[in-house]
Design a protein around this ligand. Structure first.
Ligand code: ZN
Length: 116
């Protein structure tokens, strides 16, 4: 575990998360395919939104279970919010938006979200 910082492209949305970022998930659902995110899930308690709460636009589709939150200025989705099956509030980080990360060093697992 370590503190990682990240955010959108223009800098309006900034956050920090206490987690390891060596593993990520690439999903084949309709939105992940278009967006190209590499997801990494952390409990809400390990995540702090530092700025940009008023700049986030929320997008929900399908079962409306996940709040996809993107910056209203630059359009980048750096994280999303959802709830785990056990009721824990979770944040899905987009690892592509973590400062100084070496994406080639991430162990990527493919997730068949299109079939869920
Ligand atoms: Zn932005």
């Amino acid at each position: 575990m370590a503190m990682h910082h990240g955010g959108c492209h223009c800098g309006a949305v900034r956050w920090q998360a206490d987690t390891g970022v060596d593993k990520g998930l690439v999903c084949n659902c309709s939105i992940c395919t278009k967006r190209g995110s590499i997801l990494h899930f952390v409990p809400d308690t390990s995540f702090t939104l530092e700025s940009g709460a008023d700049r986030l636009t929320e997008y929900r589709f399908n079962k409306h279970a996940i709040a996809h939150l993107f910056c209203d200025t630059c359009g980048i989705l750096s994280f999303a919010r959802g709830t785990a099956p056990d009721g824990t509030k979770m944040v899905a980080l987009n690892l592509r938006c973590v400062d100084g990360i070496d994406l080639k060093a991430i162990e990527v697992t493919e997730y068949d979200g299109a079939s869920v």
